[in-house]
Design a protein. Sequence first.
Lengths: 627, 83
Amino acid sequence: MPADIETIALAGNPNAGKTTLFNALTGANQQVGNYAGVTVERKSGEFFTPHGRKLRVVDLPGCYSLDGGSPDQQIARQVLLGEVEGELKPDLVVCMVDSSNLERHLVFALEVIELGMPVVIALNMVDVAEQAGIRLDPAKLAEELGVPVVPLQANAAKGIVELKQALRHPFPAVPDSAWKQGPAEQLAERRRSRVYQICEVAARRPDGHTSTVSDRLDRWLLHPVWGWVAFIGMMLLVFWSIFSFAEIPMGWIESLQGLLAEKVTASMPDGDLRGLLVDGIIGGVGSVVVFLPQILLLFFFIGLLESSGYMARAAFLMDGLMGKAGLSGKAFLPLFSSYACAIPGVMATRTIDSAKERLVTIFVAPWMSCSARLPVYLVLVPLLLGGQIGGLLQAAIFLGIYALGTVTALVVARLLRGKLGPDQVKQHFMLELPPYRAPQWSYVFRHIAGRGWSFLQKAGTLILAINILLWAAQTYPKSGSEDPAEQLAHSAMGRVGAVVEPLVSPLGLDGRTGTAILTSFAAREVFVSSMTQLFHVAEGETDEETWIALRKQLAAETWPDGRPMFTVPAVMALLVFFIYALQCLPTTAVVARESGSWKWAAGQFVFMSAFAWLAAFAVYQISSIFL
Amino acid sequence: MPLATAHDLQTDSLLSLSQAKVGCDFRIRFLNGPACEQLRQLGFCESLQVRKLADGRNLICTVCGTRLALSRELANQVMVTVA
């Protein structure tokens, strides 16, 4: 970093809009959200002033005070004082304040001014303050504080040019902080009284409390009865749209994949390389990429709920229910996200304050039935109903499957939370309920694109590698037989299948199903394609047709002695196994990263696999007595 | 017996935010308890006006135009008088 570029630090309370301003200044795309604590690390970028001068800007995590003890607040303090190695002391601080909340935010601004370096106050969200009826006087404010004050609206990019103008040379003089004089222990008290003096003249609130739109909305959305009605309605709508809207683009991806496979098949001679390309790479990676639309839709809805401000309300509503499981309302969002995919769910646990609660939430998150389990359920559930599809009974079974995973997760969370013991510092439930705002569409869509891209990157690297390995295990060593089933039995995978047979036979399943389960440990959705291969089912034009053919084949399948193989107890055991087993390598990798311990991730994997097997065993053995 | 002073009367009329009535405006007199600092940082400072919006396991109130949800234990530590 060249020393002649001057550094500007962005500091302020949480949810003041620092990152939004950072993005507006540098054109970067850092994550923002309508809740406190989105930024947990410092980030830097560069921009030019209107005079063509290049400046470096550092975005600091939001903090309520420079004296605070939490790690992100310490980062802010160290950067401002130039105590971080490899980071120069900033030449100027832009202190971000929420103008609808000056009484709170100015206290921090005074602390920054006390540090004795040039300060510019960015008076953000002037539109929100105006709506709240606050009479702002930026000129008065600048006079009282002795520093330049720039009113702006960072999310609409208003006032950015004015701010850049204020950052020109020479930098504003270091303001004096008269309130600092006096005994140190009363400093906080003097700061507060100074803030009230300033607010009296520069930001007059309307007398009395006026009821805002957010107040009126909250009267319904946080109502003990109607709040729940609205919440459940919204969740149903989200799930329904994820599963119904996603089908259209999923169809496109599937036909594209089919087209690609056909092209490769037609243009290459039969051989191992073609097998690798068609079955291993196109089929394997395709079976995962097909979930991209669902994942994008889920992120769209989560982005919508977050940026509108509803997510904090949902956490508030769910706090009571989560409390019964030893968690707090903040665990709701991660668990909710896990219904689509446990990976973003596990990552979303970062907002939970208590470290132990966070670990517990990470531990149980994979039990929320994710979208990868859906193809498996769709194949297996009709087998319970004698091949019938649709109808109320099937919907009820699906609901039961989701409920079983969720209830078990909450019960285990409660037990585990009790085992880990109470927190060292007691955490109280405390949540800012931000005013409802219209979603920032550009941000929501950029965010979705980023997520989609990182998902595709993962599919192109980790999942690709796993699929190649799986394919190799299914192909080698060669048996010389044309029959794919015989080849599979001869291959490394088939031999492993023979080994696992004793493990799955207590669940009423044979070695082939055992092998399919084994392949699904890399990714659950692989189970369906493995079963198709293992039971000699001709692939249909669409997934639907393949599934119907597979179901027919499975229903007709018998043990060597003529008993039907996929009886109701066996299918139930298989379903229960899939509800509980942690068959997703990427999840385990993310858990290891987020919990900071491979032991925790490995323990979770072993516990869930053992639990799944025991539950499936119990279901099969007990239901066999009655059915 | 000395007569009650204005200060005593004011202390008598203190109540905690969790006891306060929903829909009314109050003024924060002082914070008392282990989570004081946490509350101050969130904006619960002496002499600020606070309105209680909802009661329950967690209660909702507004301070300086910010809506906050906080647990009863925290609300017990905020002493208010009628504004």
